[in-house]
Design a binder for this molecule. Sequence first.
Ligand SMILES: [Zn+2]
Length: 242
Amino acid sequence: MKEEILKLIKLQAIDSEIAGFDLAIAKHRAAIAGREQAITEKQESIAHFRTKIELLNQKQLETKAEHDEAGARVKDRQNKMMQVQTSREHQALLKEIEENKRLVKETEDRILQFIEQIEQLEQEVATLENLCAGEQQVLDEEREHVDEEIKRIDAAKHSVASQREAEASALQGPYLKRYTMLLAKRDGLAVVAVNDSVCQGCYMALPPQQVIEVRKAEKFNLCPTCQRILYYKEAEETVVEP
Ligand SMILES: [Zn+2]
């Protein structure tokens, strides 16, 4: 039995190593995805600002037309002033001139506001474009680095995986079956040490009798809480012994 347990410990170590490789690859990929996402978000903001700028430009043009028309009306009424006969006509023209002059001033202010808003947005777009270009460069470099890193990890994983095959085939069928099932059900951890009377899989304390049995390793010992296969770590003997 002791021998089978040793094989299981070895197999677990290999599987944990493989899981570590997979996790490292996933982390690299997530980092790249995060950078891509950040760039996409900035590009979306740029598109949004550009739409706003277009809208403001349109409004500015409309206001400019309004402004020009009011200016033309002022000139037209001023010319008509020369030919008025009655004071009533004179008053009416004066009123129109005043109203249009006010409109000229008001549209001027609005146009200035539009220009200011457009300039502000254009500045934001320029800043974002600058950031995007920088981030894109970092992303390209990072991608190259990650591709190499993943290749390296994959190669290491393959060599460990072939080692795993040899170890697994050396195990007796029923043990391998139980181990494989536990590995899937228990988050990649099927064989765990008992440290200070505590299962290192679920961190629950074990009954003293079971700790003794795990240490003897005459039979298969499963944690009563998480059902993982238990083994006794020789190095920790002094800690456990009263
Ligand atoms: Zn446990």
